[in-house]
Design a protein around this ligand. Structure first.
Ligand SMILES: Nc1ncnc2c1ncn2[C@@H]1O[C@H](COP(=O)(O)OP(=O)(O)OP(=O)(O)O)[C@@H](O)[C@H]1O
Ligand SMILES: O=C(O)C1=C[C@@H](O)[C@@H](O)[C@H](O)C1
Ligand SMILES: [Mg+2]
Length: 181
C-alpha cells in the first residue's frame, strides 16, 4: 500500500464535525466517504434510534465493530465514525491497525450548541440532554485524548479544519506505511 491510499478514520464526540469534515476531506483527496452511522442504518434498513430502542446499545456497538472489522474498504476511504465507536475496549487499536486516526475535538459549549437542534441521537433523547452530554463528555474524554492526533474545531472554519486534517493525514499516512512495510 502507498501512503496516498491509506484510510483515514475520523473519531470524536458527537457534534465535533466528523460527518461534515469527512465529506469535505473525501472530496478533496478523491477518497470514498463512508459514515459508519449512515452505513449501519443502510444495512439495517432502520434508523439508529430504532436500533437502540428495539435491540439496545450493545447490539449497536456490535454492528459498529462488524463494520470496522469487515464492512468497509481497506484503502482510499475516509471513514467518519459514530461518536461512541471507539469507546468499547479494542476498537481504537483496531482502527489504528487499519489506517490513520484523527480525533476532532470541541469544547463542551460548542458541542451543546451543535447538538441542540437535532433529535436523531438516541443517547440525547432524554429529559435533560445537556446533562447527558456533560456526563458522556466527562466519561469519554480520556478515551478521545489517546485517540491519535487531536484537532481543535472551536471557532475554526470548515475549510481550515479540512486543510488541517488533510495535512495531518498525509504526514501520518507516510508513517503508517513505513511501520507496516
Ligand atoms: N467547524 C464547525 N463550525 C461550525 N459548525 C460546525 C462545524 N463542524 C460541524 N458543525 C456543525 O455541527 C453539527 C454537527 O456536525 P456533524 O454532524 O458533522 O458532527 P458529527 O461529529 O458527525 O456528529 P455525530 O457523532 O453525532 O455523528 C452540524 O450541524 C454541522 O454543520
Ligand atoms: O456518541 C455516541 O455514542 C453516538 C454517536 C452517534 O454518532 C451515533 O453513532 C449514535 O447516536 C451513538
Ligand atoms: Mg456523524
Amino acid at each position: 500500500m502507498t501512503a496516498a491510499d491509506v484510510n483515514l478514520y475520523l473519531v470524536g464526540f458527537m457534534g465535533t464535525g466528523k460527518t461534515t469534515i469527512g465529506r469535505a476531506v473525501a472530496q478533496r483527496i478523491g477518497f470514498t466517504l463512508i459514515d459508519s452511522d449512515q452505513e449501519i442504518e443502510r444495512q439495517q434498513g432502520r434508523p439508529i434510534t430504532e436500533i437502540f430502542t428495539q435491540d439496545g446499545e450493545p447490539a449497536f456497538r456490535a454492528l459498529e465493530r462488524a463494520f470496522i472489522e469487515n464492512g468497509h474498504p481497506a484503502e482510499r476511504a475516509v471513514v467518519s465514525c459514530g461518536g461512541g465507536l471507539i469507546v468499547p475496549a479494542g476498537m481504537l487499536e483496531l482502527l489504528q491497525s487499519r489506517g490513520v486516526v484523527i480525533c476532532l475535538h470541541a469544547s463542551i459549549e460548542t458541542i451543546l450548541a451543535r447538538t441542540a437542534r437535532h433529535r436523531h441521537r438516541p443517547l440525547l433523547n432524554v429529559e435533560d440532554p445537556d446533562a447527558r452530554v456533560r456526563a458522556l463528555y466527562a466519561q469519554r474524554e480520556p478515551i478521545y485524548r489517546r485517540a491519535g492526533t487531536m484537532l481543535l474545531t472551536d471557532s475554526r472554519s470548515l475549510s481550515e479544519i479540512t486543510g488541517h486534517v488533510i495535512r495531518t493525514w498525509r504526514r501520518e499516512a507516510a508513517e503508517f506505511v513505513r511501520r507496516h512495510s
